[in-house]
Design a protein around this ligand. Structure first.
Ligand code: URA
Length: 274
């Protein structure tokens, strides 16, 4: 191999190793040895001011002028998200607007933007939380184990993301389009920043009913938490009926709660039949 090929092979190996670490949830490097920053010498030494004497020729050394304060304009990311979302007239434009939105740092740790799946215009829209590793890899929401469970649950009441008719179909999206670092919970800051896109997404997809899956989804649409307590209780968001449900991730962790999820599905089925 020539030098150029060696460099390229190194680059690919390093890139693959980095992606593997991201998959493991590593998002921060720590040094082997701790640094006590209180013991470090102050790197900015003040320049001494030499007092003028009356005998010697006057030689005044001035203190270094303070660095000019550069006034960087503050970006109101939420206002920018709102303006950008409002300009989107179609789902394709909304996707492009999110793709072009650079203020949310999560995008830097994600492989793919996860926008939506299913049928736009479906009567039921499911709002999830944030993509996990599988969704991040595929660029589609709810494709891992939790997604499989979600598909089975909704197929039990005759709804599917693959259906062609709005009455039988699901449309799936999430509060955040990018995976959270270390697979953490979506933060209130990230939710607030991306909420204008979520609201516009729901407007453009125009469902009759929204299912908020998990706390982040419930919080994004109603500013309340406590999905374990509020699940199954119909409320309103964005002028539409909203049903909070437990996220399939939590059903996988606590299978006994599937009984409650089944009650919620039957409640949804009854509303659809009215
Ligand atoms: N939100 C979720 O909860 N899961 C996904 O796969 C995508 C968004």
């Amino acid at each position: 191999m020539g030098i150029a090929q060696d460099i390229l092979a190194d680059w690919h190996a390093s890139h693959a190793a980095l992606l593997w670490q991201i998959d493991l949830g590593i998002d921060e490097w720590l040094l082997d040895d701790p640094i006590n920053r209180h013991e470090l010498a102050d790197p900015v030494k003040p320049v001494p001011v030499v007092a003028p004497t009356t005998t010697a020729p006057v030689a005044v050394r001035r203190a270094a002028a303070p660095a000019p304060v550069i006034d960087t304009p503050k970006v109101d990311a939420v206002a920018e998200a709102r303006a950008s979302a409002a300009r989107a007239g179609t789902l394709a434009e909304l996707r492009a607007a999110i793709d072009a939105f650079t203020h949310c740092d999560l995008r830097r740790g994600a492989r793919n933007l996860v926008f939506a799946d299913g049928l736009p215009g479906a009567r039921v829209l499911i709002l999830g939380e944030a993509p996990g590793p599988d969704e991040d890899r595929e660029g589609r929401p709810f494709v891992g184990q939790a997604g499989q469970l979600l598909d089975e649950m909704f197929e039990a009441i005759g709804l599917s993301r693959a259906a062609a008719l709005p009455g039988d179909a699901l449309y799936l999206t999430g509060v955040l389009p990018w995976r959270c670092l270390g697979n953490g919970e979506p933060t209130p800051g990230d939710i607030a920043m991306m909420r204008p896109f979520v609201e516009r997404h729901i407007e453009l997809a125009a469902p009759d009913f929204i299912v908020a899956m998990g706390n982040a989804a419930l919080f994004a649409l109603t500013q309340t938490r406590g999905v374990a307590r509020l699940r199954g209780q119909w409320t309103q968001a964005l002028g539409r009926p909203l049903l909070p449900m437990l996220h399939p991730d939590s059903l996988l962790r606590t299978p006994i709660a599937k009984r409650e999820a089944w009650e919620d599905l039957l409640a949804l089925e009854a509303r659809l039949a009215q």
